[in-house]
Unconditional design. Structure first.
Length: 254
C-alpha cells in the first residue's frame, strides 16, 4: 500500500515510517528537513522512502502528492501551536477531500481528552483544568466530522518512548470512549470532581509511540470498525472491563 506520512520526523511520524517500511508498504515522507529524516532512519532505510521536502501548508504541493497515495497519516504539528495547528490540519484534510485520485483512509492525531467519558455527556477537553490548547483537537475533530472521508482520530494519553510493562503487552482499544473503567456514579459528580478523578488516573493512559504507530498501520484499509471514529488505547490491566463497552477490542502485540 502507498502510505504518506505528514510530520514524518516527529516522535510518532518517524515510527510510522520505520514500521511501514518493515511491513512492506511504499512509504512517502512529507517533511521540511530531509537531512533530519536521513539521520533518524539511516541512509539505507531513508533510501527506501520517497521524500517530499516542501511546504505542507501549500495546497498545490499537498494535493499533487496525495494523488499517488492509498492512505494518509497526519502526524504533523501539535495542539500547542494553536491556530497554526488547526490551519495545518484543515489544509491537509481539504486536500484529501479535493484530490479526486485520493480515495484512501486518513488518520489524524488527537488525544485522550477528545474521548467521551463513560456514563456522561462530557469529554475531557471541555472540563475545568484541562489545557485550553487542547481545544485545537476539538476543532480538528469537528472539521473531520464535516468531511465525507474515511477517517479515524488516534486518541492516546501521554506517549512514551517504550512500554513499561512486561511482554507480551495487551492493549484495550475502544472507539469514542475512554479505554479505562469509570464508575457509573461519575454521572452524579460535578465537572470539577470528574476532572480531578481523570487527572489522578492519567498514568493509566500512557502508551508507547510504537504501539500507536502499529495500530494505525494495522488499520489502513477502507471501512472497518474505526471508520469515522475516535480511537482510545490503554494497556490491559486487571481492572474489570467497561460495562457495556461492546466496542472494546483487546489485541496482543509483541
Amino acid at each position: 500500500m502507498n502510505v504518506i506520512v505528514f510530520g514524518a520526523t516527529g516522535n510518532t511520524g518517524r515510527r510510522v515510517l520505520a514500521q511501514g517500511l518493515n511491513s512492506g508498504h511504499q512509504m512517502t515522507a512529507f517533511v521540511r528537513n530531509p537531512k533530519k529524516l536521513r539521520d533518524q532512519l539511516g541512509e539505507h532505510a531513508a533510501g527506501q522512502v520517497r521524500v517530499i521536502a516542501d511546504d505542507r501548508t501549500d495546497p498545490a504541493n499537498v494535493g499533487e502528492v496525495l494523488a499517488q497515495q492509498d492512505a494518509a497519516i497526519l502526524a504533523a504539528g501539535h495542539a500547542g501551536q494553536g491556530e497554526e495547528f488547526v490551519r495545518l490540519v484543515d489544509t491537509l484534510i481539504s486536500q484529501c477531500e479535493s484530490q479526486p485520485r485520493f480515495t484512501g483512509r486518513v488518520w489524524i492525531m488527537g488525544g485522550a481528552g477528545l474521548l467521551d467519558i463513560p456514563h456522561t455527556a462530557l469529554i475531557g477537553n471541555n472540563l475545568p483544568g484541562f489545557p485550553p490548547e487542547f481545544q485545537a483537537h476539538n476543532r480538528n475533530f469537528e472539521r473531520l466530522r464535516r468531511s465525507s472521508l474515511d477517517w479515524s482520530v488516534m486518541c492516546p494519553g501521554t506517549m512514551t518512548e517504550s512500554r513499561e510493562h512486561p511482554e507480551p503487552v495487551r492493549l484495550r482499544v475502544t472507539t469514542d470512549i475512554l479505554p479505562v473503567p469509570v464508575p457509573e456514579t461519575i454521572r452524579e459528580w460535578s465537572e470539577a470532581a470528574i476532572a480531578g478523578h481523570l487527572f489522578s488516573r492519567l498514568h493509566e493512559l500512557n502508551v508507547a509511540y510504537d504501539d500507536v504507530a502499529s495500530w494505525m498501520l494495522d488499520h489502513l484499509e477502507l471501512g472497518g470498525p474505526f471508520n469515522r471514529k475516535r480511537v482510545g488505547l490503554a494497556y490491559q490491566s486487571t481492572t474489570p472491563a467497561l460495562r457495556g463497552a461492546a466496542n472494546s477490542l483487546p489485541s496482543s502485540y509483541r
